[in-house]
Design a protein around this ligand. Structure first.
Ligand SMILES: NC(=O)c1ccc[n+]([C@@H]2O[C@H](COP(=O)([O-])OP(=O)(O)OC[C@H]3O[C@@H](n4cnc5c(N)ncnc54)[C@H](OP(=O)(O)O)[C@@H]3O)[C@@H](O)[C@H]2O)c1
Length: 318
């Protein structure tokens, strides 16, 4: 089968660490199923895998990609991107991605836990469906499980172009919330409003009114602004730290405003099924930046690394 994989990670040149070629079709263990993958998508996690940070490929070629949609036993499905819980881990049970353990999805065939496939929302193309698993599941848990966002509330999203932020805009709007986005790029601010945000501000600019919920994935570059922008009793949910792992926080503001800060990682199988049903019910279509053929996956990875994309970087596999 044709696949995009990494054999020799490179911290300095992750894009050129991607190889595309033929690999053996994997065996199907009991309780797992084979999926004919139609489309996949990239995440920042794949860049970390290519750099040798996020995964231990274990010597041989390791297929990249944790987003995928395809056909399993005649059914059109989305693939839950997470592996079943490993006992004794310090992390939450749903924190290990398929590609971290050699079950990546950017291949013509993938072997995944059978319990993890859910019906593909019928209105979506393959590329749109493949956009959902990682970024959209993360956004769904942040908004609905952690922040418990309600219709009429205001959500601030830091950063405009990423898969998580474009997912948050669409999901929060469908739930009846108002959405405010920040971005360093005027073009991305315009795209965010086209994608449904009520307003978009330059990064770091004071919000017109304090917000109920802040969705934070950027890290130290925006965290102080997130804490300044949350209302009394408001909530900040953090899923990422694209600009570094250590941010400063004004503790007086935290306690005086009784702000709650949640960490959030991926989502559970139940949330994944809820996400697919929510997207189907509201007929949401994920924003796609671009789609490349499997043989051109380096082009998509280069766009991700450059931070140019607006929406998901998809890969047509067949
Ligand atoms: N915990 C989880 O389960 C989970 C799951 C998925 C993703 N993540 C993490 O979430 C983060 C977002 O991932 P993604 O794939 O959606 O998007 P991404 O491509 O990593 O997007 C990064 C965003 O960060 C902003 N940004 C980058 N550098 C910045 C800077 N110096 N100052 C201000 N803003 C900056 C960009 O905003 P502008 O260019 O618009 O300013 C962009 O929208 C990543 O850290 C990723 O690892 C975590």
């Amino acid at each position: 089968m044709r696949a995009a994989y990494v054999t020799a990670p490179s911290a300095d040149d992750p894009v050129n660490a991607i190889e595309v070629g033929d690999l053996d079709v994997p065996e199907v263990p009991g309780g797992w199923c084979r999926v004919d993958v139609h489309a996949g998508a990239l995440n920042m996690h794949d860049i970390w895998m290519l750099r040798g940070v996020a995964a231990a490929p274990g010597g041989g070629p390791s297929v990249i990609g944790s987003d995928g949609a395809g056909v399993c036993d005649g059914r059109e499905v989305l693939i839950y991107p997470v592996l079943p819980a490993a006992g004794g881990s310090k992390a939450v049970p749903h924190s290990v991605l398929l590609s971290d353990r050699g079950h990546g999805l950017l291949a013509e065939q993938a072997v995944v836990p059978a319990a993890g496939v859910v019906p593909k929302p019928a209105h979506l193309t393959w590329e749109e469906a493949a956009s959902l698993p990682t970024a959209w599941l993360t956004a769904y848990r942040m908004l609905f499980t952690k922040a418990r966002v309600q219709a009429g509330q205001t959500v601030l999203v830091q950063g405009a172009g990423g898969g998580v932020s474009t997912a948050v805009i669409a999901l929060a709007k469908a739930a009846g919330a108002s959405v405010l986005v920040t971005s360093r790029s005027e073009a991305k601010r315009e795209r965010a409003v086209e994608a449904g945000a009520d307003a978009a501000l330059p990064t770091g600019e004071r919000v017109p009114e304090l917000v109920d919920v802040v969705i934070e994935s950027v890290g130290p570059a925006t965290f102080e602004h997130s804490a300044m922008s949350a209302r009394a009793g408001g909530t900040i949910v953090v899923c990422g730290a694209s600009t570094g792992f250590t941010a400063s926080l004004n503790l007086a503001r935290l306690f005086a405003r009784e702000i709650t800060i949640h960490g959030s990682t991926m989502g559970t199988p139940e949330e994944f099924a809820e996400l697919a049903a929510f997207v189907g019910r509201h007929r949401i279509r994920p924003v796609i930046d671009s789609t490349v053929e499997l043989g051109d996956v380096r082009t998509a990875a280069g766009r991700m690394l450059a931070g140019d994309a607006f929406g998901k970087l998809c890969v047509a596999v067949r």
